[in-house]
Design a protein around this ligand. Structure first.
Ligand SMILES: [Zn+2]
Ligand SMILES: [Zn+2]
Length: 350
């Protein structure tokens, strides 16, 4: 339902910021004003929900696909009000050129000229549909941000698509809040204020934890009993059949020639950096399977890479080294990117 209406002479009536007196006056004279909706320019009637939220209802018999849940109206009202309180220009149900997009709440900076479209998506829709609509905003240099009322497991937080989870407190309570993932609810007003004052930041994992690396586990050579780091796998490999989610088992290295070549080129560097790291080579007996074998850095005895023990696969015991420069890192550093809005100013967005 629209929150914004216009009189025949072009006067603007934003339901989220009008005083009670202004709203009452509008209810008395909306017919004479020939009030029309921002969404479809059809006739509308100012109404108030049972819980006191104002909006415009299309006049009987009018067909408009702009139908929204009460929660949607509340979220839109709170977002529009928060943006307007920052001195920004706000339009709801705003249409892009030639109807290429329609934003729930479109916010423009009156002096700097940037635009932000805030979309409140309560009904379930697939991620690629959101990405398509985001691209339509981007094509007009409008920064889109999404508040979605459902889980999107495939969404990975990224700068091109700022997307945040909107949660209803309880059934029937019209007080949706934004979830930061730490259990602390943020009201829509506070969130929108943070967003528009550049206090929402993307926390990303350090770049070396995304770089192709060898993964090693501490073990002991069966023949010389010396300590070694058994190279068990590669991480951050280009995803493929042999490398699901970027994990490639060391024994399968020869089956992915590109990574095999990259590894062979850096073996001397790796051994200088990690002298007790095992070396991967084809088995000495040529008739054996194409799987590679690990060799002890001290006595060169072959070490099995089949049926590795739980101990060797424990991510807490494993260490990684990048192929690029042999930088050591721990799998614990490999955090998922997430949105955060800390206290205090941070210049990051939009
Ligand atoms: Zn309409
Ligand atoms: Zn040995």
């Amino acid at each position: 339902m629209p929150l914004l209406a216009f009189s025949a002479s072009g006067v603007r009536f934003p339901s989220w910021s009008m005083t009670n007196a202004e709203w009452d006056a509008l209810k008395a004279e909306y017919r004479e004003l020939r009030l029309t909706a921002s969404c479809c320019s059809n006739a509308v009637v100012p109404v108030v929900s049972s819980r006191g939220w104002r909006f415009y209802r299309h006049a009987p018999g009018i067909v408009c696909d702009h139908r929204e849940s009460p929660e949607h109206i509340v979220a839109k009202t709170l977002a529009a009000r928060a943006a307007e309180n920052l001195g920004l220009d706000v339009t709801t149900e705003a249409c892009g050129p030639d109807g290429r997009w329609r934003a729930d709440v479109l916010i423009r900076h009156p002096a700097r000229g940037w635009s932000v479209a805030l979309e409140i998506q309560m009904s379930r829709c697939p991620l690629d549909e959101i990405e398509r609509r985001q691209a339509a905003y981007a094509a007009e240099a409008v920064r889109g941000a999404w508040l979605v009322g459902f889980r999107l497991p495939d969404y990975e937080p990224n700068r091109d698509l700022p997307l945040f989870r909107l949660v209803s407190l309880r059934d029937g309570i019209l007080d949706p809040w934004v979830d930061r993932g730490d259990g602390e609810p943020t009201s829509i007003s506070d969130f929108v204020t943070s967003l528009l004052t550049r206090r929402v930041v993307l926390r990303e994992p350090p770049s070396h934890t995304l770089s192709l690396s060898v993964v090693g586990s501490p073990s002991t050579c069966w023949r010389c009993f010396q300590h070694q780091i058994l190279l068990v796998s590669f991480v951050n490999a280009p995803a493929g059949v042999l490398a699901p989610k970027g994990w490639l088992l060391a024994k399968d290295l020869a089956k992915v020639p590109k990574i095999h070549t990259a590894y062979r080129q850096v073996v001397p560097m790796l051994l200088r950096t990690v002298p007790d790291l095992t070396v991967l080579r084809p088995p000495r007996r040529k008739e054996a399977q194409p799987d590679l074998q690990a060799y002890c850095p001290t006595c060169d005895a072959p070490q099995s890479l089949h049926r590795l023990s739980q101990d060797l696969l424990d991510p807490l015991r494993q260490r990684c080294w990048t192929l690029q420069e042999g930088r050591e890192w721990s799998l614990r550093e490999r955090v998922r990117p997430r949105w955060d809005w800390p206290d205090g100013p941070v210049m990051d967005w939009p």
